[in-house]
Design a binder for this molecule. Sequence first.
Ligand code: ADP
Ligand code: MG
Length: 446
Amino acid sequence: MLDCEVKNGWLQFVEFIQSRCSRTEFENWIAPIQLISSNPDEIVLEVPNIFVQEYLLNNYKEFLREFIPLRSNKELALEFKIAPPKKVTAALPKPIEEAPAVENSGYELKLNPTYRFESFIEGPSNQFVKSAALGVAARPGKSYNPLFIHGGVGLGKTHLLHAIGHSIHEEQKKLKIQAITTEAFINDIVDSLRNKSIDRMKRFYRSLDVLLVDDIQFLQNRLNFEEEFCNTFEILINQNKQIVITSDKPPSQLKLSERMIARMEWGLVAHMDIPDLETRVAIIKNKAELKSLQISNDVAFFIAEHIYHNVRQLEGAINRLCAHARFQGTELSIEAAERILNELVQPVHQKKISVESIFQSVAAVYEVRISDLKGDSRQKNIAFARQVAMYLAKEMIEDSLIKLAASFGGKTHSTLLHAWKKISDQLQSNEELSRQLQMIRRNIEK
Ligand code: ADP
Ligand code: MG
């Protein structure tokens, strides 16, 4: 491999990542990486800090392998250098001062205005958690600390977390509360590392009276962030400042350090269960009332019987019914509800889709042979059909890209990605293509 090919490989990798991640992600994590030298045997990247390096390797190692040379032991021929600090501001470490007033001016408590205790419907599945949350809200730092709430998706964890925030804020205006998702916490660290304001960020978190952290499972596999979180956590708890954490799993099942798990089990671990039928009916009636939707008991039971493991889905159902009722101007019958909810309540039996079935449908629609799809012909219609098949394989089959690409007569991973990107781009503006793809998908899913 020539030096310039190595360089191009890196540039192509960056371009590829840019096309598939969000702008913020790209700017935070990828753009700061500099290629500082390359030769056919190795490429050296400069990263602003260790987090960026970890991020790159944790998230994109497999992709990197497609773009960057490998050593004889099949490891990436990649070295990292941490960029030197740009300017040294002070020779002596700065004493930690009281946070200046200006810092607080940017501080804003962000809570969902509808997530309050009053709007949280209680039932056997969540009574315990709700009373623990009420206890914490009434005496922050003095009852259970931390309060750890875990349970499945859409069961009301974030709702309760914010309810605690509202309630404390209303009762004790002076307390400094921060409600944050784990992702946002991590982004905060990264931003402040970039802006050289990490001390200020640490001071901010450590000056809080109440820290509400949502979805701690996102701290898994983020070793350095975990340490920062753990330090903040200990400092706050030692000062009797309240911490509430939500998670999709109990602490013991999270892939976090023993130290972190032990800390989270210090206080009260409360599980949130799926609401039973009566509670679901009560939630439906409550949400319907909020939207001024007339709903009979029969219809409420009908919905509750069919949607049972996620309150968010119940809300989705109500929203649909609402739109429908407005349109029709009649009271909802069970038949109407059934029809409208058909999509939501039908069990989804997803058929396992094979690359072969994709080949067959694509070959039929574009009138090419299956062997052409696996071959190397560059004839325009064949190459295009092949790209469509590659696009569909990536979209419809959950398998490693390397394996998928191999089923196309041993193509590489980057060929498949290239095809996928090309078709994705064209789909944005080409309606005919989008119709063709819908047709092929329907055929495959039949
Ligand atoms: P999670 O964080 O557990 O995924 P959310 O707190 O986001 O779930 O809840 C999903 C939706 O369901 C929110 O709109 C929330 O207000 C609503 N919800 C969940 N549980 C209840 C409940 N017991 N009473 C009223 N609304 C609820
Ligand atoms: Mg949530």
